[in-house]
Design a protein around this ligand. Structure first.
Ligand code: ACO
Length: 382
């Protein structure tokens, strides 16, 4: 029974339901097109930086030279994290998942900064810069905590991706590593109304502060059906072990109707354009640093999947190749999803701002499937 007789039909997973109007990003799942503010992702990956892309997502246009310089300076000025939050990180369990830690830290920012971003546009702008800058510092500190090492203070002379790698390893990264992460972050920065961005918009719609909205979105991103898949792709490739075992593994997975991590997408019915871009990136990294057998396994699975699952529209998504690239860069697998998160916050915050421009609280209906007029049975009679 529906709340009201006039309710539209129940759509599981809201598949295909238009729940927001947006000009932040655009996906054409039939033709494999992804645009941020109208600009193709391939072009941004080739020509932009994460900072410039974040500006584009937040402000709706590419910055002029002086605007970019100011924006980069603003991000740098926000890199330092509150000592209280660093102290909190130093007390986290070493074996806790960094996604839980990052979500906690972003939520905790609301303890130390004004929570008026929903209604105050100027505060919203500052909070956006603060979150984009500080998630990198917090994640590096969380990763170091997992190693039993102390946090490394950010440097102002490095770009966003290079500074993150510096804080992670306490060593200035080689140019190829910094640019690879920069491009990977561009590719992960926005993807329309996916589960975590929708979460962000739902929380924003209650006029909750940006820290609460982004923290909730990070919680949503961590699930294995969403951003958490990249870590599991690596588990899968390692379990397969070598390329000549991939066919047997694949046949078994298909026969048992197992979901193969890194394949399939709610929107794309062709190969995810970000998977193409990540493969291009992988080729560059492997040329410089040497290849990995895991990539060969991934390519065998991709070919087999194209033949067997392609007719169902199941092809590699963004998560399929990212892990092999990160692993080659010396990044631990538990950091794959949080690195996705520190890029995606730019998209979340573009959506948060857009939601506040013309807000209406999200309140869909449910279809009630239970009973009515049920008796209250006394405890002893149950
Ligand atoms: N491997 C094998 N079969 C698959 C896969 C897969 N990865 N994904 C979907 N299918 C099959 C399903 O078994 C189902 O088959 P059936 O019709 O014979 O029962 C059909 O395709 C439809 O699958 P759904 O799960 O209903 O598709 P939905 O659009 O709801 O799910 C999702 C999309 C969640 C991404 C799914 O493809 C999946 O679980 N993929 C693996 C996890 C993953 O890689 N997630 C990352 C997505 S990208 C991102 O979030 C950043």
């Amino acid at each position: 029974m529906t709340d009201q007789a006039t309710s539209p039909a129940f759509v599981p997973g809201l598949a295909g339901v238009i729940a927001a109007q947006s000009d932040v990003g655009f996906v054409d799942g039939e033709n494999g097109i992804l645009e941020y503010r109208g600009i193709r992702i391939e072009e941004l990956a080739e020509k932009s930086t994460f900072e410039e892309t974040a500006y584009l997502l937040l402000y709706g246009k590419l910055p002029k030279r002086a605007e970019l310089k100011t924006f980069e300076q603003q991000l740098k000025s926000h890199r330092q994290v509150k000592p209280e939050i660093l102290d909190m990180i130093s007390r986290f369990p070493k074996d806790g998942h960094p996604m839980a830690a990052l979500q906690t830290c972003v939520g905790a920012m609301g303890l130390y900064y004004p929570r008026t971003g929903a209604v105050n546009a100027a505060e919203r702008e500052v909070a956006s810069h603060r979150i984009i800058a500080q998630v990198a510092t917090m994640l590096a500190a969380i990763a170091r905590r997992m190693q039993g090492a102390s946090a490394v203070a950010p440097r102002e002379d490095l770009g966003h991706a290079a500074n993150f790698l510096y804080m992670l390893n306490n060593e200035e990264p080689a140019e190829i590593l910094a640019r690879t992460l920069d491009v990977a972050m561009i590719l992960h920065a926005e993807h329309t109304l996916n589960a975590s961005t929708f979460t962000c918009r739902v929380v924003a719609s209650t006029e909750a502060d940006p820290y609460s909205a982004v923290s909730a979105a990070i919680g949503s991103l961590g699930g294995p059906l969403h951003g958490g898949a990249n870590e599991r792709v690596l588990d899968m490739l390692e379990a397969i072990g070598q390329a000549d075992k991939a066919k047997a593994w694949f046949e078994d997975a298909v026969a048992h109707k197992k979901k193969i991590m890194g394949l399939g997408h709610r929107v794309y019915k062709v190969k995810d354009p970000r998977a193409f871009a990540l493969q291009k990136l992988a080729t560059r990294v492997f040329e410089e640093l040497g290849t990995t057998p895991l990539y060969d396994i991934a390519k065998v699975i991709e070919d087999l999947a194209a033949e067997r699952l392609g007719p169902k529209g199941i092809y590699p998504n963004v998560d399929f190749f990212s892990g092999t690239v990160y692993l080659k860069m010396g990044i631990e697998r538990v950091l794959f999803t949080p690195i996705f998160a520190i890029a995606r916050v730019a998209g979340y915050l573009g959506h948060y701002d857009e939601q506040m421009q013309d807000n209406k609280i999200f309140r869909p209906r449910q279809e009630y499937m239970g009973t009515h007029q049920a008796p209250y049975i006394p405890m002893d009679d149950r």
